[in-house]
Design a protein around this ligand. Structure first.
Ligand code: GCW
Length: 630
């Protein structure tokens, strides 16, 4: 993809319209003033220095922002430059109502850090491509190993886009740090300096994923032992050099001892030893370590029923509660496995009251249709966020790339938008957020708005219906993870099993007879999950192994539920496609989404038929409604 154009229906371009026709006065001093003025100017607001203005931005008062709407003037105020920007974008979202007198609005973000993690490589990786699990083209930042300097204006648009939804931190490279990317810390640092300069006016701080083995691969030392003084000195000096060039550098992100990445275990050290070493080097500069809790044995023997991947993060990290330095943030995937369409909330998030926790969500749709399927994820995120009040930060794996629509599937933009909005205010309803995005992006008539809601509001549940049933997860094709393969992972070392046989299906994670996983939750969830009668249907096969004739809380048997949901899921995709055919929307968006909906329907049918046939053949129990099963 070589284009650098930005689709005109994309929200930052359109969203600035209401400001563009108004006079804006920026009553701010110092560098903050330059940055806010530059941001306004970029978007066409008429900047005035004296006299009457429709919109005034000024420093003062609130953290977050306050908006007062008086008869002739609307004022945005904030204690910080970032708050001013976010307040300015709030007026954009409000449209005309920002300029109608009304009560004062005070808004502060729920999560202090709202971070996007890019899994971008500098070069095309032989297996993973350029952006690992990326479905929106190549990296916005690099191409063929080099920084895309000619495309920095597009990065600037991207920074504005992120600021418009309140994102304030971005990790620029893949957590699987390969040889070239490791060097961003040292001789490739100028790339980072350039990108930090582009993000800075939008109050987005840059972070870097680093390899734990950096002292060896970059520093020429023979160890990366976190307790070795030479290793500690190397990190201190190296990170100090980063701060010399990027004084507001956010810090480092680390995937250690996970899926083959190096880590402290090689030296008999704990993850607290590893994280705290980096924390010490960053502390003098105000930086943080994001240390990922995604640590599990990926070389498991499928015959071994005592190892349970769902337990791994808890077993590794819960005992370390209280052992991490104050500037370590433990970054925990929202579920205990790996971003499946349905998982319980990770028990780690309730087990570490003395640790600063970030919850990690996957905006990129690795397991939710890979941006070929419509799957609006805000309803899932809204539920998991409200179920994990201990998380203080939110991190999302980015779904963006150099695709002209930013996200491959144009409707996948709504997921990025929703991530930012929920990170600011998790009490917002998913439909409300979607409605905002629809307005800002398409400014549609009532019929189109209604159709977009009908297609998107429930699309996550639709996706869930035609894929792996009742929370059991996976059943995807190994490697790329697209499309069905019920036994694809069943006899592999990855720890992702469903244990279907002729009698039943599901993973026994109970304390009574299984892996003991349910016991990792605080009351009452330990009891609810342990009990076959109380366990929510949607997580039944995550927690229990049951016969196909087991009757769900819904009153259906497991086998009939599988058939019904898979037929229903496909019908819902058919209905989406029909609605889309009738919708009136920009022709290029229409064409792209139409093609993708054809693929979504093909794929949903494939899922339905493979899952239904598999369970029919295993169980020998037919569909009571007599539909076609192969
Ligand atoms: O879901 C898995 C992905 C890997 C990814 C890993 C992780 C970056 O399949 O591609 O690696 O999670 O989160 O580290």
């Amino acid at each position: 993809m070589t284009t650098t154009s930005v689709h005109p229906a994309w929200l930052p371009t359109e969203a600035w319209r209401p400001i563009g026709t108004r006079r804006v006065r920026v009553d701010v001093t110092g560098t903050v003033r330059d940055e806010v003025r530059a941001a306004c100017a970029l978007h066409g607001g008429e900047l005035v220095t004296t006299g009457e203005a429709d919109l005034i931005l000024r420093i003062g008062g609130a953290d977050g922002y306050a908006i007062t709407r008086e008869r002739h003037v609307t004022t945005v105020s904030s204690a910080t430059h970032a708050g001013l920007l976010h307040g300015l974008f709030a007026t954009v979202r409000m449209g005309e109502s920002a300029f109608v007198p009304g009560p004062r609005i005070d808004s502060a973000p729920a999560f202090a850090r709202r971070m996007l993690d890019h899994w971008d490589n500098l070069d095309v990786h032989p297996v993973m491509g350029q952006v690992e699990r990326g479905y929106a083209g190549g990296s916005l930042f690099w191409r063929a190993g080099a920084l895309r300097t000619a495309d920095l204006p597009r990065v600037r648009d991207y920074a504005r886009l992120l600021a418009s939804i309140g994102i304030n931190a971005v990790a620029l490279n893949n957590v699987n740090v390969h040889a070239t990317e490791a060097r961003l810390l040292t001789d490739r640092l100028p790339d980072l300096v350039t990108l930090a300069d582009v993000f800075r006016p939008y109050a987005v701080r840059v972070h870097l994923a680093v390899t734990f083995a950096a002292p060896i691969v970059l520093g020429g030392l023979d160890t990366a032992d976190p307790l070795d003084p030479a290793v500690r000195a190397w990190w201190s000096v190296t990170l100090a050099a980063v701060y010399e060039r990027i004084p507001d550098f956010g810090g480092v992100l680390v995937k250690a001892d996970s899926e083959g990445r190096p880590g402290p275990f090689a030296y008999g050290r704990t993850h607290a030893d590893g994280a705290n070493m980096l924390a010490e080097a960053l502390a003098p500069h105000g930086g943080v370590v994001h240390w990922r809790a995604f640590v599990y044995n990926h070389r498991q023997d499928w015959r071994d029923r005592t190892t349970d991947r769902a337990r791994a993060a808890y077993d590794h990290f819960a005992p370390l509660d209280g052992a991490f330095a104050g500037n370590v943030v433990l970054q925990v995937k929202h579920g205990p496995m790996d971003f499946q369409p349905r998982e319980p909330i990770s028990p780690v998030l309730a087990a570490m009251p003395r640790t600063r926790l970030a919850m990690e969500l996957q905006i990129t749709q690795e397991y939710t249709g890979q941006q070929r399927h419509v799957c609006y994820l805000a309803p899932m995120w809204s539920a998991v966020i409200s179920g994990a009040p201990a998380a203080r930060e939110l991190a999302g794996v980015a779904n963006t790339g150099d695709d002209p629509f930013w996200t491959g599937h144009p409707l996948a933009q709504a997921n990025l938008y929703a991530f930012g909005r929920l990170a600011w205010d998790p009490s917002l309803a998913p439909e409300t957020i979607l409605d905002e995005w629809i307005t800002l992006t398409f400014d549609p008539d009532d019929a189109a708005r209604e159709a977009l809601h009908a297609i998107m509001d429930e699309s996550w549940r639709t996706y869930e219906r035609y894929t792996a049933p009742l929370g059991v997860g996976f059943m995807v094709r190994p490697g790329h993870h697209y499309g069905p393969d019920v036994d694809g992972y069943e006899y592999t070392p990855w720890g992702t099993y469903h244990f279907a046989d002729r009698d039943g299906v599901g993973v026994d994670r109970t304390v009574a007879t299984g892996t003991g996983y349910t016991g990792l939750y605080p009351y009452p969830w330990n009891e609810i999950f342990e009990s076959l009668a109380d366990c929510p249907d949607e997580l039944l096969l995550f927690m229990h192994h049951v016969p196909y004739t087991h009757v769900l809380r819904s009153g259906e048997t497991v086998i009939q539920h599988i058939y019904d949901t898979h037929f229903a899921g496909v019908s819902e995709v058919e209905a989406m496609r029909e609605r889309w055919q009738r919708i009136k929307i920009a022709p290029d968006v229409h064409a792209r989404v139409s093609t993708l909906l054809d693929e979504q329907l093909r794929s949903a049918i494939e899922w339905r038929d493979q899952i239904n046939t598999y369970f029919f053949r295993k169980s020998g129990i037919g569909d009571i409604r007599g539909r076609k099963i192969y």
